[in-house]
Design a protein around this ligand. Structure first.
Ligand code: SAH
Length: 216
């Protein structure tokens, strides 16, 4: 996946490539798709959502320039795959998912792959993660109609926000927002296709009291 898919398509950041080599992607896809886990395409997961295509994950991580000490927030945990890759790259990782079932299964997959340091929360990620802000990097893995101001507000000075912007079924573009002091600068990184960023929570938390999810 790394040599034929990512390097060949121009991903050159060695830390990103090493982190992606270190995470067993098959542990984050449904069992019946394990054989195609390393194909360079998105795959369906539960709740009608998708695990992002490896190339797009690499593109977002390169753009975000994640450093080894960085505090990183991901909005849209999904399978937990990108959170696991972030855990390989960053200092500390927080991830938020609106679907209860996905948040719970991501906790299981992250534990099974020794990425249990990642903080997982079942919540509406458009609001960020206020108590642990600011973050050096925020990645959003679902498309927002515009850049959410709550997330820009939770960026540290020098912080980077990478997110797809656009309508659910219309054109979307990957955008990099850099914050310097009180000013922000936006850069467009090219067309992408993501599931929509939706407000509010969905589903019900598992009945057991200790499911590994952090309280809201
Ligand atoms: N990063 C994921 C890709 C997940 S797809 C992975 O590596 O597998 C995008 C995810 O964003 C979906 O699981 C969707 O439920 C979630 N999502 C959409 N709107 C959200 C919101 N407001 N807050 C948190 N998660 C959201």
């Amino acid at each position: 996946m790394v040599d034929e898919g990512l390097r060949a398509r121009g991903v050159s950041d060695d830390r990103v490539l090493a982190a992606m080599s270190a995470v067993p992607r098959e542990r984050f896809v449904p069992v019946d798709l394990a054989e195609v886990a390393y194909d360079d395409r998105p795959l369906p997961i539960a709740a009608d959502q998708t695990i992002s295509q490896p190339y797009v994950v690499a593109l977002m991580l390169e753009a975000a320039q994640v450093g080894p000490e960085d505090r990183v927030l991901e909005v849209g945990t999904g399978s937990g795959y990108a959170a696991a890759v972030l855990d390989e790259l960053a200092g500390e990782v927080w991830t938020v998912e609106r679907h209860a079932a996905l948040a719970a299964s991501a906790v299981v997959a992250l534990r099974a792959t020794q990425h249990d340091r990642v903080h997982v929360r079942w919540a509406d990620g458009t609001l960020g993660w206020v108590e642990d802000a600011p973050f050096d990097v925020i990645l959003v893995t679902a498309a927002a109609p515009e850049v959410p101001t709550e997330l820009v507000d939770q960026l540290a000075d020098g912080g980077r926000l990478v997110l797809p912007v656009g309508r659910p079924d219309g054109p979307q573009e990957l955008v990099l927002v850099r914050r310097t002091g009180a000013t922000t600068r936006q850069e467009r990184l090219g067309p992408v296709q993501f599931v929509p960023l939706l407000a509010g929570r969905a589903g019900e938390a598992a009945a057991e009291p200790r499911n590994g999810l952090e309280p809201q």
